[in-house]
Design a binder for this molecule. Structure first.
Ligand SMILES: Nc1ncnc2c1ncn2[C@@H]1O[C@H](COP(=O)(O)OP(=O)(O)OP(=O)(O)O)[C@@H](O)[C@H]1O
Ligand SMILES: [Mg+2]
Length: 255
């Protein structure tokens, strides 16, 4: 499998009130095409920072991050912005959707902004509607953002992250604000997209969500303490076993 991300010696240091905070310390990480990687670890351990630096949303202090062999720290800002728009999808814990646009218009916004995406506006809308259908929210297309539930909006965020057919989706606690049922739906959709070929890197505190990932990284104090290979999730029948193994491992990690 081709390597989508190759991270070597990644460090990120914040300086607040002249005090140095080494948030990421020498991270080495490889993610291959088609993987679904979960990132876990205590609050403040650097999970979000890891997602933001490897996706070029935030600048690294030192080290190397290669996206399909291309060193993203060496890209000029406009090329990096384009790469993010065209090749990466993002889902955040807080739902950043524009209030004055409909759900569908929010979903197709990254396509409208992309120079690489040459489809017409109606083709982009068509694709947006197809994604909404796949995610079970097509009836919301013309709704305002405030006319949708949290779970529906989170699914809209997944649709938006998919609109330019990215190679990889970075998701930061995509189910953090959801109840068990919505969380399950959102995770199942991410699994489905992953089965269709999209690589997923997702931060979660939830063992039920993590148990559906192929591989889980455990981050402590800005380093990958250990990782656990669960193998591809093949269906609900295996969940109890996966969750048990994962919980045991997490307990040994001091979770
Ligand atoms: N913009 C920033 N400026 C200064 N310090 C920051 C900034 N963003 C994060 N930090 C610090 O970096 C550390 C790691 O934060 P990060 O958000 O990556 O943790 P996390 O593992 O995602 O935690 P959580 O599980 O609570 O979301 C924390 O000590 C935090 O205070
Ligand atoms: Mg975080």
């Amino acid at each position: 499998m081709e390597k989508i991300l190759e991270v070597k010696g990644l460090c990120k240091t914040y300086i607040v009130n002249k005090k140095q905070n080494n948030v990421l310390r020498n991270i080495d990480l490889t993610v291959s095409e088609g993987e679904m990687v979960g990132v876990m670890g205590p609050s403040g351990s650097g999970k979000s920072t890891l997602l933001y630096t490897v996706s070029g949303m935030d600048q690294m202090t030192s080290g190397e991050v290669k996206f399909y062999g291309k060193d993203i720290s060496k890209l000029p800002p406009d090329e990096l912005a384009e790469l993010r728009l065209d090749e990466m999808g993002f889902i955040f814990q807080q739902m950043y959707m524009l209030k004055n646009l409909t759900v569908l218009d929010n979903i197709i916004l990254p396509a409208v902004r992309s120079e690489k995406n040459k489809a017409s506006r109606s083709e982009k809308q068509q694709k947006g509607l197809e994604l909404m259908k796949m995610l079970g929210i097509s009836e919301l297309a013309d709704n305002d953002i405030n006319e949708a539930s949290g779970g529906q909006l989170q699914r809209a965020c997944i649709a938006r992250s998919m609109i330019n057919s990215p190679k990889v989706i970075f998701a930061d606690e995509p189910t953090g604000a959801l109840n068990r049922t919505s969380s399950e739906e959102v995770t199942d959709k991410l699994n489905e997209l992953n089965r269709m070929g999209t690589t997923v890197v997702l931060v979660t505190h939830d063992t039920h969500v993590a148990a559906k990932c192929d591989r889980i990284l455990f981050i402590v104090d800005g380093t990958i303490k250990e990782e656990y290979n669960l193998g591809k999730y093949t269906g609900a029948a295996t969940m109890r076993d996966r969750e048990r193994k994962l919980s045991e491992w997490l307990m040994n990690m001091g979770w």
